[in-house]
Design a protein. Structure first.
Length: 346
């Protein structure tokens, strides 16, 4: 009964958001379009919308095609690109919060409302990029749904959403090694089942099914590169576009120190400190036996620390959805300690 009530509330919020955005479009379409256009022009949203309108050019192959294709499909119905993208991003964030809330049930977390309430405040960059028509809202939703199905042991569905995440952002391919580690390592207490590798050895059919489904995720990049080859004639044009945007990999933290000592961007110390905070939360999740969430964070952070260009590092941190879970658990622990001390003094 409680689940039905929660679903009704979520659907009500979605309906209200759709109606509100529709009214805004009808009443003040031109005014809101100008505001949105100003936000879009400052970030990568302009490239996604340009791809949706006019297709790819030599400078836009660094932006993967799934998000622009979704924009184009919806805009073909509404006839408006900017407002359609903004409305879609708002709905995607609401759906992400809902999936995040459902994910908490799988971990038997008691303070679900507390943790769900800090999902977006803990990652305000998601809201900012939603209004700038960026791909992050779609990407975080696909990551959450993929992880949700993996947690429910539905590997095929998890891999399908992992493929879509990879077609939205290349870092979505990191789901493959994360899931692989969680499958081949012994089961952790949170799963409450026998070690996975024992089942793999006992049942060859089970093993083949899991591994094959898991390695569907990198196929997202193959699909993207094949699509690029069809429209440009160059299978690896994405890699060339990344060089044009000065993107790439290097030694861990070398990108940070390069900008600090050679470009004198001392704000990078903040990102290094943030990495320390996120690693602490990862350790806390591991300590609390949420090992799969800890592995997720460590893999993503390890990859991000090897980026050559870190000027938009805050965007990468926004996909670390286990962070608000760790923060929520930590807040709950602090509150319990405070209440315990008050009861002792009383």
């Amino acid at each position: 009964m409680k689940n039905i009530q929660v679903n009704i509330r979520i659907l009500s919020i979605l309906v209200i958001c759709v109606v509100t955005c529709s009214v805004l479009c009808m009443v003040g379409g031109a005014y809101f379009t100008n505001i949105i256009h100003h936000l879009i022009s400052r970030y990568d949203g302009k490239h996604y919308i340009d791809i949706a309108k006019n297709g790819y050019s030599n400078t836009t192959f660094g932006f993967l095609p799934l998000y622009p294709l979704v924009i184009k499909a919806l805009a073909s119905v509404t006839g408006e690109y900017e407002l359609t993208t903004l409305t879609m991003n708002v709905l995607l964030l609401i759906l992400s919060n809902y999936v995040f809330y459902r994910l908490l049930y799988l971990y038997n977390i008691t303070n679900k409302k507390l943790i769900a309430s800090i999902f977006l405040p803990a990652q305000p960059i998601l809201i900012a990029y939603a209004f700038a028509c960026m791909a992050e809202p779609l990407f975080i939703l696909l990551l959450l749904v993929s992880f949700y199905y993996f947690k429910k042991d539905k590997i095929l569905f998890s891999s399908i959403f992992g493929v879509m995440a990879t077609m939205t952002k290349t870092v979505g391919v990191l789901l493959c090694p994360i899931y692989f580690l969680l499958l081949v390592l012994p089961s952790f207490p949170i799963y409450n089942v026998s070690p996975v590798f024992v089942r793999l050895l006992k049942n060859i059919k089970f093993r083949v099914k899991k591994i094959v489904c898991l390695f569907l995720i990198p196929m997202g990049l193959v699909i993207v590169f094949s699509y690029y080859y069809l429209i440009s004639g160059d299978f690896f044009i994405y890699l060339q576009a990344q060089k044009g945007w000065k993107q790439g990999l290097t030694f861990p933290f070398f990108g940070f120190f390069n900008e600090i000592f050679y470009q004198h961007l001392y704000f990078e110390f903040v990102w290094i400190a943030m990495i320390g905070v996120y690693l602490y939360i990862s350790w806390y999740l591991f300590k609390k036996r949420y090992t799969d969430l800890a592995i997720y964070m460590v893999v993503f952070i390890s990859f991000y620390s090897c980026l050559k260009c870190v000027y938009d590092f805050h965007r990468f941190l926004s996909v670390l959805f286990p962070f608000p879970i760790g923060v929520g658990l930590l807040i709950s622990k602090i509150k319990r300690n405070i209440n315990r001390r008050k009861s002792i003094k009383g």
